[in-house]
Design a protein around this ligand. Structure first.
Ligand code: C6P
Length: 412
C-alpha cells in the first residue's frame, strides 16, 4: 500500500509529544512495543491532569462553589467528547468506569443478573481476554445459565457458520472482542450483532483494543453495549467507558450502590438517579476522565484513518521481516488484522526473548496475554507479542527485528 504525502503522518513531531519515549535504558534509546498493554501518554494528557489538580481539584455534582462547578463541567465535557468520538446518540449513554474490565463486569452483573434464567445461554468467543470470560462464568454460575464458546480457525478468525449454529432461542447475551489483544484479529462484529439481534439476544463488544486504531460508530454497529479503556488510547489508567443504548440502561438495575447514583434514600427504600449517574456510584476518577478528553483530542488531531494507515505499514514491515527468521511461528494470521504480532521462535522460550530484548531497551510482552484458553487452542504456553502505536517508526521495527535475529542466533 502506497500512501500519498497527504496521508503520511509526521511521526517525529508526534513522538515529541511523548516525553517517556525520549529516555534510554542500558545506554540504548527505548523502543516501546507493548502498546496493547498500555499506550504512552502525550504531554497534553499529562499536563491536563496536573492542571486539574493544580487549579480545579474538587468533587463533582455535589458542591455549589467555583471549583466544583469547573470540575463538573470538565468531567461532563469528556462525556460529550466520548459520545461524539464513538457516535453515540447522546452523552447520557456514556458511563464512566474504571476500564474495560469494570465495564464488562457491570454488564454481566446488571444485564446478566436480571435476564439470565436456568438453561439460558451466553456466547463468547475462543479469543476472549480473561476480562470477557470470568465475569460471564460468575454470572452464569449464579443464574444456572450455560456459557458457550464460539470456535475459531487456524488463522485466528471466528467461524461464522459455527457461531450461527450456536445461536438459538436460548441465547440471551453475546459478548465478543472487537480486536483480539493476542491475535490482532479484527472480528466481523457488525455481522455478529445483526445475527444476534435476529434471535433477540443482546450484544456487548469488548473494544479495548479497537478504540486506539479504528473509528468506532456504535450507531452503525448497532451494538447494545460497547466497552473500552482510556489507557489503551493514550489516556490515563483507571478510567474507562461503557456505552449502552438508553432504553437498555434505563431498564437495567444499578451495578453498585453508593453516593450519586441515588435520587432518594431512606432506611426502607431507595430510588435511583437517572442514567448515566445510576451507574456511577461514589466519587469517580475525575482527573482520569478529564485527562481522557485530551487523549481523544490527541487521536482526533491526527485522525483515525491516518493512524490506521501508519500502523498498517508498520505491521506489514514487521510481519515481512519476521517471516524471514527461520522457525518464526506467528499466532494470528487473520486477513483483517490490527497492529499486533504474537509469535514464537522454534527452540527459544518467549520469556528469554522478553528478558533479552529488555536488556537491549526493547519493551515487548511475553506470556499468555490474559488469554489462557486461546493459548490452549493453539497448544502453546505463551508467546512473545509486539504491538504498535502511532509513534512507532520503521527504524524501530528494523532495530527490533535485527536485535531479535541476533539474539536468536546466540540462543540456538
Ligand atoms: N489487555 C494486554 O496486554 P483493562 O485492564 O480493564 O483496561 O482491559 C482489559 C482488557 C479487556 N479486553 C481486551 C481485548 C484487552 O486487551 C484488555 C487488556 C492488556 O493485552 C492487559 S492484559
Amino acid at each position: 500500500m502506497k500512501l500519498s504525502i497527504k496521508d503520511q503522518v509526521d511521526v517525529s513531531s508526534i513522538r515529541k509529544q511523548f516525553p517517556v519515549l525520549e529516555q534510554s535504558i542500558n545506554g540504548k534509546p527505548l523502543i516501546y512495543l507493548d502498546n496493547a498493554a498500555t499506550t504512552q501518554k502525550p504531554l497534553a494528557v499529562i499536563n491536563e491532569i496536573n492542571r486539574y489538580y493544580t487549579e480545579d481539584n474538587s468533587n463533582i455534582h455535589r458542591g455549589m462553589h467555583a471549583l466544583a462547578e469547573r470540575a463538573t463541567a470538565a468531567y461532563e465535557n469528556t462525556r460529550k467528547s466520548v459520545a461524539r468520538f464513538i457516535n453515540a446518540n447522546e452523552s447520557e449513554e456514556i458511563i464512566f468506569t474504571k476500564g474495560t474490565t469494570d465495564s464488562i463486569n457491570l454488564v454481566a452483573h446488571s444485564l446478566g443478573g436480571s435476564i439470565l434464567k436456568p438453561g439460558d445461554e451466553v456466547l463468547i468467543s475462543c479469543m476472549e481476554h480473561h476480562s470477557n470470560i470470568v465475569p460471564w462464568q460468575i454470572i452464569c454460575k449464579q443464574a444456572k445459565a450455560v456459557l458457550k464458546i464460539i470456535p475459531i480457525n487456524k488463522r485466528g478468525e471466528i467461524l461464522i457458520e459455527e457461531f450461527l449454529n450456536l445461536l438459538s432461542e436460548r441465547t440471551k447475551i453475546i459478548s465478543v472482542v472487537h480486536i483480539s489483544n493476542t491475535l490482532g484479529t479484527v472480528n466481523p462484529v457488525k455481522r455478529i450483532i445483526s445475527e444476534a439481534h435476529k434471535r433477540g439476544a443482546k450484544v456487548l463488544i469488548d473494544g479495548a483494543q479497537a478504540t486506539p486504531h479504528h473509528k468506532i460508530d456504535v450507531k452503525s454497529l448497532n451494538c447494545d453495549f460497547y466497552a473500552f479503556s482510556g489507557h489503551k488510547m493514550y489516556g490515563p489508567t483507571g478510567v474507562g467507558v461503557l456505552y449502552g443504548k438508553r432504553t437498555l440502561l434505563e431498564a437495567l438495575p444499578p451495578y453498585q450502590g453508593g453516593g450519586e447514583m441515588i435520587k432518594d434514600v431512606s432506611f426502607t427504600q431507595t430510588s435511583y438517579n437517572e442514567i448515566p449517574y445510576k451507574f456511577e456510584a461514589g466519587t469517580p476518577n475525575i482527573a482520569g476522565v478529564i485527562g481522557l478528553n485530551r487523549a481523544i483530542e490527541f487521536i482526533e488531531s491526527i485522525g483515525l484513518n491516518q493512524i490506521r494507515n501508519h500502523e498498517k505499514e508498520i505491521l506489514l514491515r514487521a510481519t515481512t521481516q519476521l517471516s524471514e527468521i527461520t522457525g518464526f511461528q506467528p499466532m494470528g494470521t487473520a486477513l483483517e488484522k490490527a497492529s499486533v504480532i504474537s509469535f514464537n521462535i522454534e527452540g527459544v522460550h518467549p520469556f528469554d526473548l522478553g528478558i533479552l530484548l529488555d536488556a537491549k531497551s526493547i519493551a515487548i510482552r511475553t506470556g499468555h496475554h490474559c488469554t489462557q484458553p486461546l493459548m490452549e487452542r493453539f497448544n502453546v504456553e505463551g508467546t512473545a507479542r509486539v504491538s504498535f502505536a502511532i509513534y512507532n517508526t520503521f527504524e524501530e521495527v528494523d532495530q527490533f527485528v535485527w536485535t531479535l535475529c541476533d539474539l536468536v542466533k546466540k540462543l540456538r
